[in-house]
Design a protein around this ligand. Sequence first.
Ligand code: GDP
Ligand code: MG
Length: 449
Amino acid sequence: MAETIFALSSGAVPSGVAVIRVSGRETKMVLEKICGRVPDARKASVTRLKDPATGEVLDEALVLFFEGPRSFTGEDVAELHCHGGRAVVGKVLSELGKFENCRPAEAGEFTRRAFYHGRMDLTEVEGLADLIAAETESQRKQAVRQMGGALGELYEGWRSRLIHMRAMIEADFDFADEEDVPGSVADEVWSEAAALHGEIAIHLDKSKSGERLRSGLQVVLMGAPNAGKSSLLNAIAGRDVAIVTEEAGTTRDVIEVHLDLGGYPLTLVDTAGLRDAGGIVEREGIRRAQARGQEADLILWAMELDGVPYDDPVSGLPEELREKIPLWIVRTKSDLVTLPEQDSSGTIKEISCSDRNEEGVKMLISALTRFAEETISLGEAPLATRERHRHYLSNCLTGLKTAVHANHLPTELRAEDLRRAADALGRITGRIDVDDLLDVIFRDFCIGK
Ligand SMILES: Nc1nc2c(ncn2[C@@H]2O[C@H](COP(=O)(O)OP(=O)(O)O)[C@@H](O)[C@H]2O)c(=O)[nH]1
Ligand SMILES: [Mg+2]
């Protein structure tokens, strides 16, 4: 980290204001040269930025200086709030690049330095990335909570309990021969370990919900050709996204719309109608439809109200999707017939609607909103939000379980399993050798962050 880095940290120019961030050892020198002085730390000052070689004024800017380690990265940091013109920003960046040991930052490099200097743990880093990517209220709430350290604290709390348990076991082991040590503490430790196993298992159980909230629920429209799927997608999205014609087999590609339903993110996916016939392109469309169905959190099975016989309403739905994925039957084209409402067949929810009838579409939207609320609502406790978290949580559980159940094994081996369990948690927060993980985590970041 010998080099000082700089980048435009605010959005695309032109904009009213553009924030250029500088971090590293040369920050003070850069400020002296370009602003004439180092402003008081943490105080905003309006300053003329000048070309150090010619004295030419580049811009009038609001400058902030944060002395390390009390800064975002933990190093000396400056923020130059310039006018957001393309030429202004281009000129200031090119002047910064002329200083020795200064270079443009790579994507995520400021945050990476913050992590290296212990300003953030890895879950906080991920929370920050999620916050920047958040599109809906519930995603924002979850990200803010994680960025604030709630998830990291939970894991570090569990980890220190494990470390403590191991210390107790080892002390017990070391002094086993000495007479003045009271009876074995081991039994107590193992029952504590079993209790912790239960807590972590419950947390892991809920982790799917955190991940779905982060990435959005996947709801896939499926059904026979011409059932009215694309019309329904358009009606729900409120715009013409998919082509609608009376020709069977119009939709071949998978078409997605991202919806914000009462603050919950939901991706609605339109697919090719399922049938045996069709040319190469349509068959590929059908293959993709089925693949998306496999990953769905909910399938909306579209069928004409007046259509298919009722004994098997979802005839055409591949066997492997039945019962595995929650499914609602959406009876379409309700404007064409007025059949009495059919009884819903118990577990399957049934909704009638038509793209020509606002009421039906509204009903479907509110049912989807409730579904989203129930599936991914934020509780009090922080949730795991990534596959990475789930992976190490289950490693941790394996270690704990082995330790608790292996009462036929020597204590040293059981203590070793406790260590493995603690290390797995340490890898989530980044306390334990994570060099191999960093590239993956920081890959999602943009430049200037
Ligand atoms: N009357 C009526 N026609 C509809 C309705 N929904 C779709 N259609 C018609 O049914 C045909 C097929 O619709 P489309 O949305 O392309 O079906 P998809 O193949 O399932 O995507 C088109 O001619 C639409 O105009 C509806 O609610 N009422
Ligand atoms: Mg279609």
